[in-house]
Design a binder for this molecule. Structure first.
Ligand SMILES: Cc1cc2nc3c(=O)[nH]c(=O)nc-3n(C[C@H](O)[C@H](O)[C@H](O)COP(=O)(O)OP(=O)(O)OC[C@H]3O[C@@H](n4cnc5c(N)ncnc54)[C@H](O)[C@@H]3O)c2cc1C
Length: 480
């Protein structure tokens, strides 16, 4: 009997139940990745994807002796169907994924399997618990994080660890055609100069992910709680992209925490685990409310008068708004494919509240430019900031970019790194150069020429936002 392990976004060998159960149940196992341009991801994430595919191919080759990740480029449905037919596959094993494009592909796979009478076995290995296992007292999904997390913590003893994949991979079928050993279109993208520059400081793959996790625990974790909000500090784990590409199974980190908690500061571990639980929360939200990828969770925002793409969108995207902390974040994103969490909140609030642009515009830009672009985290993050999601920041509260900048980048180090034309300004002036024309002149910065004047007046735009949301006060909070 032949089984297919369908890899969507789980680029690892160990702790992969789809592979584990295929090896246990079948005589021959095909491991395949289908690359259909119709279902492609954003550009930055596609560059990571190219390297993730390569690294899995390399790791499997090392363990099996020959290339055995089958890579099929083109129309997903027809490749999927012909592979099942040609190799008389009796069962498909896969890890369930939420969000676009995974929902659509999973639906297609289900239809094909039904038609061909092939078994289909989903695994919920990318979650901590299966959707529906952690519900509130009314048996409903949580829409507020804190009670969700409180309940989750009491359930952690019930969490089932994922098994390490057995070492014998002899059942894996080597790739049938040399054309199927690499993904050429993605490789072409990852050879672009901008992509090479973006990836210069990253190492992709399963073992790199574990090393990064362990060195985070040994080093930065101790100060994580104190430092994590300061973008100039390299204080967070930078593991989001490894988690999203499945190099590192989030569930296993909970077990790692237990194993290492004796030698580590428990408070620090719990603080990081709490952040990881936000990821879990986002995944469950998209499972229960799939429309939230495109629509606000709160009904009262459906007709909200956000504006569409215009010149200001481009200015924001390229980090030319004239608000240094916003520009630093947007330039960090453009050059490195990453942005610090605190700054993500600031730039998102600026776009949706000061510029009144639709949160979907920002979400799409993040989808395209973030290495860690993730349907669940991105939708939740944008809706949270815009005020229209679950557990959202109150719609009437704006992040004041100046105050955020002074508080979390007090010495202006982050701004100086990403907005070098302001580097010579004193700390007092760097957060709001337009308020310090003398200081700017003194260091040769001509506002409006060397660095833009603000695209919007912060105070006036704050008041306009408050006027716009006034009408929402009388409308209920519930989801659609
Ligand atoms: C507008 C907006 C958009 C975002 N888009 C994405 C996205 O597309 N992909 C993505 O992975 N994260 C997104 N986030 C969440 C968060 O910014 C990143 O996960 C985090 O910055 C990644 O850095 P890190 O790995 O060093 O995080 P750490 O601080 O080390 O946190 C550990 C892990 O916890 C999870 N996590 C931390 N904060 C959050 C959060 N607020 N929501 C969900 N999970 C979290 C991540 O998996 C992260 O890797 C977004 C946040 C906002 C405000």
């Amino acid at each position: 009997m032949t089984a297919l392990v369908w890899i969507q976004r789980e680029f690892r060998i160990d702790y992969l139940p789809a592979l584990q159960s295929a090896l246990a149940q079948a005589d021959r196992v095909i491991v395949a990745y289908f690359h259909d341009p119709v279902y492609s991801q954003g550009e930055a994430a596609s560059v990571w994807l190219a390297q993730a595919i390569e690294s899995l191919q390399r790791d499997l080759t090392k363990r099996r002796g020959s290339a055995c990740l089958w890579i099929l480029e083109g129309d997903f449905e027809s490749h999927f169907r012909s592979l099942l037919q040609e190799y008389s596959v009796h069962k498909v094993h896969y890890s369930f994924q939420v969000g676009h494009p995974f929902f659509e592909m999973q639906q297609k796979a289900q239809r094909v399997c039904e038609t061909l009478e092939v078994g289909l076995e989903p695994h919920f290995s990318e979650f901590w618990f299966e959707p529906g296992e952690v519900l509130n007292k009314k048996g409903e999904p949580y829409a507020v994080f804190t009670p969700f997390y409180r309940n989750l913590q009491t359930r952690l003893d019930e969490l089932v660890p994922l098994e390490k994949t057995r070492t014998d991979l002899k059942k894996l079928l080597p790739v049938a055609s040399d054309d199927w050993t690499a993904c050429e279109s993605l490789n072409r993208l990852s050879r672009q100069p901008w992509a090479i520059e973006m990836m210069a400081n990253w190492e992709v793959g399963e073992s790199a992910a574990w090393q990064k996790f362990l060195s985070f625990v040994d080093g930065k974790l101790q100060d994580y709680e104190m430092q994590r909000d300061f973008p100039a500090q390299d204080a967070t784990s930078a593991l989001s992209v490894y988690l999203n590409f499945g190099h590192l199974p989030s569930r296993m980190l909970v077990f790692e925490f237990r194993a290492i908690s004796q030698d580590n500061d428990l408070q620090a571990l719990l603080s990081w685990q709490r952040q990881l639980a936000w990821r879990e929360f986002a995944r469950l939200l998209l499972w229960f409310f799939p429309y939230t990828e495109e629509m606000p969770f709160q009904r009262r925002f459906v007709d909200f008068a956000w504006e569409g793409v215009d010149q200001r969108t481009h200015i924001w995207q390229r980090g030319r708004t004239g608000i240094p902390i916003v520009d630093a974040g947007m330039r960090e994103l453009w050059h490195s494919g990453y942005m610090h969490n605190r700054v993500r909140m600031v730039v998102a609030s600026f776009l949706t509240k000061n510029l009144n642009q639709h949160w979907l515009i920002g979400k799409q830009w993040f989808d395209d430019t973030l290495l860690d672009a993730d349907p669940a985290n991105n939708a939740m993050g944008w809706q949270w900031v815009a005020g229209c999601g679950v557990d959202a920041a109150p719609y009437y509260r704006l992040f004041n970019p100046l105050r955020q900048s002074q508080q979390f980048d007090p010495d202006g180090d982050y701004i100086r790194r990403w907005v070098p034309e302001l580097a010579a300004l004193p700390n007092s002036a760097i957060h709001a150069p337009w308020q310090y024309p003398e200081e700017c002149r003194a260091v040769g910065v001509e506002l409006g020429k060397d660095y833009p004047l603000p695209v919007v007046d912060l105070e006036k735009s704050r008041l306009r936002h408050l006027e716009r949301v006034e009408s929402l006060k009388s409308v209920g909070l519930e989801g659609i």
